[in-house]
Design a protein around this ligand. Structure first.
Ligand code: COA
Length: 310
């Protein structure tokens, strides 16, 4: 591994350490190296070798070669968390010094290990001007559309043809599949710590409606539709009217929305105590049906804005 350039006063003039040629290193060597520097704690905060290992990880994340979570048919949820990758992302925060970061007229101060990413036309990604940022260490596939303002955090993975609409957030380590629509103000929560916690996963062809929130490692399976305003967390029971089941997270598993489910925001009566006496209800997402032709028609309009993307 080549050595990163030595740092001077990081608070005034942080040096961007030279990128290493990570092709010289296998993924398991990179993993070993990240684990070593993470385990060393704050002592590595100005160690150029630790910086070089972090930069190799960051570059591999941006190329989509490593992910904070990967599909794994053998895992109970179908997704395996790569805790060492999350440790590496945390290492980047430990190694980062606050620095003034350049940016179109506005001034920003953030950890210099996570500057804003830059793209060119050859990347095949559309980024409409105005108030958006994609942090280093995020993977964005070709054909992704980013409508301002929106933010994609470190460790996130956004696959081909996905639309990230205005005011949408893709939190740290979130895994977003192909042809997903994250509608205006959809919030996909970040799950960086604890490192073994599953990130939020939005699988291929999901529509996340406007103002939705998906948090705490929830998995939304292929083709599902979250109607505008649906909020999902580990603690949210989901009422499946079609199969007569209540879906919940457990100690072993996050909340999982089944393939092609159409989930709308609803409410349920409180049936005990003061809540009952006062006639209160609690928010309850409801699976009203599984995707049908009408759903395809309702969601088709959303595709039009993506036409022309390759
Ligand atoms: C979910 C959605 C796609 C509709 O899907 P659909 O398959 O056409 O649903 P249907 O119209 O057949 O409705 C099925 C049932 O759910 C109910 N329902 C549908 N959407 C609902 C919603 N958003 N909230 C509450 N109930 C809803 C319907 O009333 C119907 O119940 P009923 O049979 O008792 O009347 C649509 O409501 C939606 O939320 N679209 C996303 C809009 C959006 O966020 N756009 C992004 C802009 S940037």
């Amino acid at each position: 591994m080549r050595r990163a350039r030595e740092r001077r006063d990081p608070h005034l003039e942080p040096v961007q350490p030279e990128l290493i040629d990570s092709d010289c290193m296998t993924i398991s060597e990179l993993e070993e190296s990240i684990e070593k520097y993470f385990a060393a704690g704050p002592a590595v905060s100005s160690d150029p070798e630790a910086m070089a290992a972090f930069l190799a990880l960051r570059a591999a994340l941006e190329r989509g070669e490593v992910r904070s979570a990967s599909p794994d048919a053998a895992a109970p949820t179908g997704w395996r968390v790569n805790a060492w990758v999350k440790r590496g992302i945390l290492l980047g925060f430990r190694l980062g010094a606050l620095a003034e970061l350049p940016g179109g007229g506005l001034s920003f101060v953030d950890k210099h290990t996570y500057p804003v990413r830059h793209f060119s036309a050859s990347d095949g990604i559309r980024i409409v001007p105005g108030g958006s940022a994609i942090r280093s260490g995020a993977y964005i596939a070709r054909g992704v559309s980013c409508i301002p303002p929106m933010f994609i955090n470190a460790g996130a993975y956004v696959d081909e043809g996905t639309m990230v609409d205005s005011h949408a957030l893709v939190g740290s380590c979130a895994q977003v599949g192909k042809r997903v629509h994250l509608s205006a103000a959809a919030q996909i929560g970040g799950v960086l710590e604890p490192v073994n916690a599953s990130p939020v996963v939005i699988e291929d062809d999901v529509l996340v409606g406007g103002n939705c929130g998906v948090y705490e490692g929830t998995i939304v399976r292929k083709g599902a539709v979250l109607a505008a305003g649906t909020i999902l967390t580990r603690g949210t029971p989901v009422y499946d009217l079609v199969n007569g089941e209540v879906l919940r997270a457990s100690d072993e598993s996050p909340l999982i929305i089944p393939e092609n489910a159409v989930v709308v925001p609803g409410s349920r009566a409180v049936t005990k105590g003061k809540g009952q006496e006062w006639g209160l209800s609690l928010y309850a997402p409801v699976i009203v049906k599984y995707r049908d032709d009408k759903t395809d028609l309702s969601t088709m309009l959303e595709q039009i804005v993506r036409l022309g993307m390759k």
